[in-house]
Design a protein around this ligand. Structure first.
Ligand code: ZN
Ligand code: ZN
Ligand code: ZN
Length: 443
């Protein structure tokens, strides 16, 4: 179900058992579940967990939530202090543009890579970065409240950032336990000898006259100070003595030190780690890029495409660079009367493979294909892809020799790519053939 226009009434899904005031049913369209609703309202007194059922579909998970529960709900679009017509109208005014942006997206549930597209849809529909926040109810101590219910969310966000569909902004750099990976840690000053945190500090006393320096307790005789080395009384601060600093004394082993050690105690697994052995992990907020918006509306993740797989492989080029290279090689071949050929591999069943395995599975198949190409080709060859077609540029290769290479490619693809990938290999060369290739790449 889609919202058809900006003037359409928003359909509300009232989540919770609490009584529904009559004005609510009179003035609004109330849906009986998330499928036919545009906005969820978490009713007064309802626990946040009541929304967890809705995670079943992307539509429901992306639905803006107006939190009227009276409790805090990280990830809610907005909170209303109480359920009143004016407050609800105001909240729906905030929700409307979000619902409109969501309505323009393809059906994410019907596509592969649902989780990645949901992340992009969340960032785009809210027009706000996906925020990292502190959350000490979980071992990582950080969460992305807007992406509640999505698994391995950090890896997913990093992958999308690497593909430039999201752009990162630093949240914080956080220590984590080398034993359990958790970040719920107590940072402590510790004894340098025995690592106990039972440290007391005591002022140091420095006797000017004999230059003796020690803890204050060594100088104390009742309430006055006497030098334990030269036995003179210390009367005037700044004249007889001064206090140049403090010393840390371990209550466990008695060791003294001027600088305590720093150690980390993991609250989850109990492991103690010295500070110099700790590692940190940087957490980020993520905003969607224009490339991310384009990918979202197409419903396809470009970094998992055949084009990206080929461009990242050895001998791989993005289409534009490949065309520059092809024009250069073409000019060289013409000038010096050298042979130059192109192989064209068409993958015929990408849609079927994508339906079967999703974009991620498909990109693994493409990775195998890249391996095959790098085995069969020379370092001087060049590879690119556009849509479902791979182009291989073979300098110094006459058309007559390309059949051997084409045959080897066909056979290796059959044996190495352990999936029913249907490919055909065509050969092209000469001025006309290469011009046709350039035209195909330009479109
Ligand atoms: Zn731990
Ligand atoms: Zn002295
Ligand atoms: Zn100690």
């Amino acid at each position: 179900m889609r919202m058809d226009s900006a003037t359409a009434r928003l359909r509300l899904w009232l989540v919770g058992e609490s009584a529904r005031p009559t004005w609510l049913s009179d003035a609004y369209t109330v849906a009986d579940g998330p499928e036919h609703a545009d906005v969820a309202v978490l009713m007064p007194g309802t626990p946040v967990e009541a929304l967890d059922d809705r995670r079943a579909s992307a539509h429901a998970a992306l639905m803006p939530v107006i939190n009227a529960s009276g409790q805090s709900m990280p990830g809610a679009l907005c909170d209303v202090a109480s359920l009143q017509p004016a407050l609800l109208d105001e909240a729906l005014g905030v929700a409307r543009p979000v619902v409109e942006r969501l309505a323009q997206l393809p059906e994410i549930d019907a596509l592969a890579d649902t989780a990645a597209l949901m992340v992009l849809a969340m960032a785009h529909s809210r027009q706000t970065p996906i925020q990292a926040t502190w959350d000490f109810t979980r071992p990582a101590a950080v969460r992305y409240a807007a992406l509640r219910g999505i698994e391995n969310v950090r890896e997913l966000l990093e992958e999308l950032a690497a593909a430039e569909l999201l752009v990162r902004e630093r949240f914080d750099c956080i220590h984590y336990c080398p034993a359990c990976d958790g970040s719920r840690l107590n940072v402590r000053e510790e004894c340098t000898e025995c690592r106990s945190s039972d440290l007391g500090s005591e002022p140091l006393v420095h006797h000017y006259r004999c230059a003796y320096q020690a803890r204050e307790s060594e100088f104390l005789r009742g309430r006055s100070l006497e030098c334990p080395k030269c036995r003179r009384a210390l009367r005037h601060y700044g004249v007889d003595y001064d206090k140049p600093g403090v010393v840390f004394v371990c209550g466990h082993c008695g060791a003294e030190s001027s600088d305590p050690a720093v150690g980390f105690l993991c609250a989850d697994c109990g492991r103690h780690t010295d500070s110099e052995r700790m590692d940190t992990r940087t957490w980020w907020h993520y905003a969607i890029t224009s490339g991310g918006v384009t990918a979202l509306h197409r419903g396809v993740l470009p970094h998992l495409s055949l084009e990206a797989s080929m461009a990242r492989g050895p001998m791989g080029y993005w289409v534009r660079d490949f065309m520059t290279l092809l024009r250069f090689e073409q000019a060289q071949a013409r000038r010096y009367q050298r042979p130059l050929s192109v192989l064209i591999l068409r993958v015929h069943n990408i849609e079927a493979m994508s339906d079967a395995w999703g974009g991620r599975g498909l990109s693994q198949v493409f990775a195998h294909l890249v391996d095959v190409l790098s085995e069969c080709l020379r370092q001087t060859d060049a590879v690119t892809a556009r849509d479902h077609v791979v182009y291989v540029l073979l300098p110094e290769t006459p058309m007559a020799e390309t059949e051997v290479i084409a045959q080897r490619l066909r056979e290796t693809v059959e044996t190495v790519v352990a999936s029913p990938m249907q490919i055909t290999v065509e050969r092209s060369g000469g001025v006309d053939g290469l011009s046709t290739v350039l035209e195909a790449l330009t479109d």
